[in-house]
Design a protein around this ligand. Structure first.
Ligand code: NDP
Length: 256
């Protein structure tokens, strides 16, 4: 019987370049490591330089190539400059994974302006900023992959997450529109909607809530960051060239 590693999809991304936002931990780190292990040169983006360096060191230790680019993904000028600089240095950008995200949960009567604005800026505006900058580069090359990490909250809603679910539903709308705009230039744009994935974001829910959550998930477990990374790797591959504007849910059967 094939071992666990051999059952995972294998894709050759040699010679390709990728930007992964939110690569300092959790799902973004797993995605950066998976793309790099498949041969891509990966620019790891987040605010914490120290944590990004840990990701880049882990990639290098596994034989891959990564660069550290501290950047606040809500900063329009910084994002535009980063994408332009990388495109010039690398001669193009093949893959962008918009993964950076935050939560600031509370019920709607208590939702403060700052909580709303911060979540929309980090989870939605950032996707717009990277997509706008990368689209120019990718259209010129007539190839590219943009993969946006949304959430099942953006599909189903989730009490306490009006800001978060609005941002993630926005990502899906953005994905479907830009997919139509760029399809003629052979640039695909897709979204991935994770359910509950083991990470610092879900750790914050605490063990009691997580036990309740697991009971609601038909698969009876949280997902692994690597399982999200596998879907991203597939969408980044040549095999997914005819898939665009699609939303892939990875949630152990949570959404009907
Ligand atoms: P984590 O909280 O573990 O990681 C979030 C990442 O985003 C970090 O690398 C963080 O780095 C980065 N980030 C946050 N704000 C900014 C910013 N302003 N500029 C740059 N980087 C930023 O989250 P997860 O790994 O759990 O989640 C990753 C993505 O998956 C998110 O979009 C999340 O909404 C989505 N998701 C997660 C689910 C889960 O169950 N975990 C379920 C569904 C979707 P730093 O703080 O250093 O800037």
């Amino acid at each position: 019987m094939a071992d666990e590693k051999n059952r995972r999809i294998q894709v050759d991304l040699s010679g390709q370049t990728a930007i992964v936002t939110g690569a300092s931990r959790g799902i973004g780190k797993a995605i950066a490591m998976r793309l790099a292990a498949s041969g891509a040169k990966v620019a790891c983006v987040a605010r914490s330089a120290d944590k990004l360096t840990e990701t880049a060191d882990a990639i290098a230790a596994a034989g891959g190539t990564a660069e550290v680019h501290p950047c606040d993904v809500t900063d329009s000028a910084a994002v535009t400059k980063l994408v332009e600089d990388l495109a010039e240095k690398w001669g193009g950008i093949d893959i962008v994974v918009n993964n950076a995200g935050i939560t600031k949960d509370t019920l709607i009567p208590r939702m403060e302006d700052e909580m709303w604005d911060a979540v929309i800026a980090t989870n939605l505006r950032s996707v717009f900023l990277f997509t706008r900058a990368a689209s120019l580069v990718m259209m010129r090359k007539r190839s590219g992959r943009i993969i946006n990490i949304s959430s099942v909250s953006g599909l189903m809603g989730n009490p306490g997450q009006s800001n978060y679910s609005a941002s993630k539903a926005g990502v899906i709308g953005l994905t479907r529109t830009v997919a139509q705009e760029l399809a003629g230039r052979k640039v695909t744009v897709n979204a991935v909607c994770p359910g509950f994935i083991a990470s610092e974001m879900t750790d914050a829910l605490g063990p009691a809530i997580l036990d309740e959550v697991k009971k609601r998930i038909p698969a009876k477990r949280l997902g692994e960051a690597e399982e999200v990374a596998d879907a991203v790797l597939y969408l980044a591959s040549n095999s997914a060239a005819y898939i665009t504007g699609e939303v892939i849910t990875i949630d152990g059967g949570l959404t009907p």
